[in-house]
Design a binder for this molecule. Structure first.
Ligand code: GLN
Length: 240
């Protein structure tokens, strides 16, 4: 279906990279797009398949190291297309495993190096302990709340902007207090949860960026976020 206000959302590798409810990010963008008067259309990219055209937003999730190995060859093949969409300001949100592979590489605990596509000037090395638990961030979109579970510790080049500062939790690497990375409208983060249902301000920002790019304006409607607000209150009180 195609209307003047259609937003085409691409989910990358839904079978291999989709853990801790990351699919909820796609569902949230679909539902909120509808609430704001847009028509969402969701398409998928699977390893070895042609990369879909006319994409307005891209969502990718986390996965085990083995899942990352399954998509590595294909990701390198579609890397140029992802770079040109990133340079063309397509909003993207990449969680955990795909965040790592949007950097230069992830070196796993087994000593394997899984190459990434380098949209983020960042590299990731497996650390001695998994970083697990509830996490809150201070970001330009207010307080962002989620859940992290990763062995990889990510270090950003000095020129790369983080997504936020860690208020509670580990974040990129436990050391520099940064979480995630940003390039144009591309956001990488370790936050599962799912991320977007509990963080509607950030979800709407992604929709705003997509609508501005496609229609030169974003027309938002009133949305009742009382359930999301309650979820945020509960999540914020959870122990690490
Ligand atoms: N396998 C990666 C790691 O452990 C990513 C984990 C994830 O996506 N949750 O660091």
């Amino acid at each position: 279906m195609s209307t003047a206000k259609t937003l085409r959302i691409l989910q990358l590798y839904p079978n291999e990279m989709n853990i801790y409810g990351d699919r909820g990010n796609v569902l949230t963008l679909m539902r909120r797009a509808e609430w704001h008067g847009y028509t969402p259309e969701v398409v998928y990219h699977h390893p070895g398949k042609p990369f879909p055209k006319d994409i307005d937003m891209i969502v990718g999730g986390g996965g085990q190291d083995s899942g990352q190995e399954k998509v590595e060859d294909d990701l390198l093949k579609i890397g140029d297309q992802l770079h040109s969409l990133a340079d063309g300001n397509v909003p993207m949100v990449m969680v955990c495993g795909l965040y790592q592979l949007f950097g230069r590489f992830f070196k796993t605990a087994d000593g394997k190096t899984i190459p990434g596509i380098g949209i983020f000037g960042a590299e990731t090395h497996a650390g001695p302990t998994r970083l697990i638990g509830n996490i809150t961030l201070d970001t330009p979109f207010g307080e962002v709340i989620g859940y992290e579970n990763h062995s990889g510790q990510t270090f950003l080049d000095a020129s790369v902007k983080p997504f936020g500062k860690v208020l509670k939790g580990a974040g990129n690497n436990q050391k520099d207090n940064f979480e995630g990375a940003v390039y144009n409208n591309v956001y990488g983060t370790y936050l599962h949860g799912s991320l977007l249902p509990k963080n509607p301000v950030f979800a709407d920002e992604l929709l705003r960026q997509a609508a501005l790019r496609k229609f030169s304006e974003f027309t938002s409607l009133e949305v009742d976020d009382s359930l999301a607000d309650q979820a945020r209150l509960v999540a914020r009180k959870r122990p690490r």
